[in-house]
Ligand binder design. Structure first.
Ligand code: HEM
Length: 399
């Protein structure tokens, strides 16, 4: 098929009137050219994929590569111009067999059985911050009072950050993930968090612990440098996603009061609500990125080796072929095979933990604060459509 249509100029990120709907151009593309040409921010001519079936097939395709030297960001980022050597252990930017070498050990740790054992601790964390919110009374910012501390505590506990160092650690992560930082600030942020992780790893070599990092240290399979990278990957992969999912998910529920009321009336809907909110808001709205590892043909298009491919999980999750009335939030929907955790060999390793954390968070909110509502008009809630992970800056709520 000839590619005569004008290429898309960068990944469309700006939202329309509904803050939960992906950029309107994505729906048009999905309808008209689910496999489209796109100019990346660095000028590279690659591809943008918006159809559910196409995204899923490409994420599972052997020809698609995650090699760091081939990947390009579909949105402008402070560190994008700084192409540095891949840090040892950066398995997210590797293909098999290197990727498998790292991933296998993490998968074992994140098994469904092991994740279930975390339920009592997660419930304690959620209860702690809900209790504080209730004690202090509304109105309050749900991001600062609930989403951030819960997500921060979960990640600290996972990595085994000692209780007295958690505040400093979470501050470091927040600085690192601030959207508007310059390249220098972003690099300084990485070094700060990397330094803290190194210290943590050395301490665990001296005194073994049974948290995730401690277990990997005792395993002896990875060097300290590799472990520090793995720690950073988990932290970046796990903190901002969970925090924004709690906050944006709550925003979506409060913007659809019938849905929040349904959850408050029947907490048994929690697991279904989590799946539907994951699909509906798709916090990883910049999607997955891959590159053609070799020349390949796909649905009549020719991908040349090295072509960058941006796969829109947000557009795919709203494809009418996936479920009925995909633009409607319905927490009672039968299960939908959404792509919010990606698909294929790089699919989210922490998804069971994320699901559990979210279920406990939403159920806790609905049970203890059934009268929760937005404290400002819906259209005044500030979102951050320009960042990799979609979310809200703050969520003023009252009850
Ligand atoms: C709601 C929360 C979360 C969402 C929406 C989410 C989403 C995703 C997505 C879409 C991917 C695939 C990226 C790609 O295709 O390149 C991914 C990968 C990953 N996620 Fe998550 N994630 C969440 C929570 C977590 C948590 C809690 C952890 C761990 C603590 C985690 C760790 C990772 C890691 C390590 C990868 C890379 C896997 C690989 O390359 O093999 N995520 N996540």
């Amino acid at each position: 098929m000839s590619e005569t249509v004008r290429p898309v100029d960068g990944l469309p990120m700006t939202r329309g009137t509904c803050p939960f709907d992906p950029a309107p151009e994505l729906a048009e593309l999905r309808e008209e050219q689910p496999v489209a040409r796109m100019v990346f921010p660095d000028g590279h001519l690659g591809w943008l994929i918006t159809g559910y079936d196409e995204v899923r097939r490409l994420l599972a395709a052997r020809g698609m590569s995650s090699r760091g030297d081939l990947l390009r960001t579909p949105i402008p980022l402070p560190m994008a111009g700084n192409r540095t050597e891949l840090a040892p252990g950066m398995f997210t930017a590797m293909d098999p067999p290197e990727h498998t070498h790292y991933r296998r050990r993490l998968t074992a740790w994140f098994s469904a059985r092991r994740t279930r054992t975390m339920e009592p601790r997660l419930t304690e964390h959620v209860d702690l911050y809900l209790g504080r919110m209730i004690e202090e009374g509304g109105p309050t910012d749900l991001v600062a009072a609930f989403a951030e501390p819960v997500a921060g505590l979960v990640i600290c506990e996972l990595l085994g950050v000692p209780a007295d160092r958690r505040d400093v650690f979470v501050k470091g992560i927040k600085a690192l993930l601030t959207v508007h930082s310059s390249a220098e600030e972003a690099i300084a942020g990485w070094q700060n968090v990397g330094g803290q992780l190194m210290e943590l790893i050395r301490a665990k070599r001296e005194e073994p612990t049974d948290d995730l990092l401690g277990t990997l240290v005792s395993d002896g399979a990875f060097s300290d440098e590799e472990l520090a990278t793995i720690g950073s990957v988990l932290l970046v992969g796990g903190y901002d996603t969970s925090k924004n999912m709690i906050a944006l998910g709550t925003f979506a529920l409060l913007a659809h009061p019938d849905q929040y009321a349904a959850l408050a009336a029947d907490p048994g809907l929690g697991a279904g609500a989590v799946e539907e909110l994951l699909r509906y808001v798709t916090v990883m709205h910049a999607g997955s990125i891959r590159a053609a590892g070799a020349d390949m043909d796909f649905d009549g298009h020719h991908f040349t080796e090295g072509d960058a491919v941006s796969l829109s999980l947000a557009a795919a999750n709203r494809d009418p072929s996936l479920c009925e009335d995909p633009d409607r939030l319905d927490i009672t929907r039968p299960p939908v095979a959404h792509l919010s955790f990606g698909y294929g060999i790089h699919q989210c390793v922490g998804q069971q933990l994320a699901r559990l954390e979210l279920r406990i968070a939403f159920e806790g909110l609905a049970r203890r604060l059934p009268g929760l509502r937005l404290a400002i008009p819906e259209d005044q809630v500030r979102t951050n459509p320009e960042s990799i992970i979609y979310g809200v800056h703050e969520l003023p709520v009252t009850w």
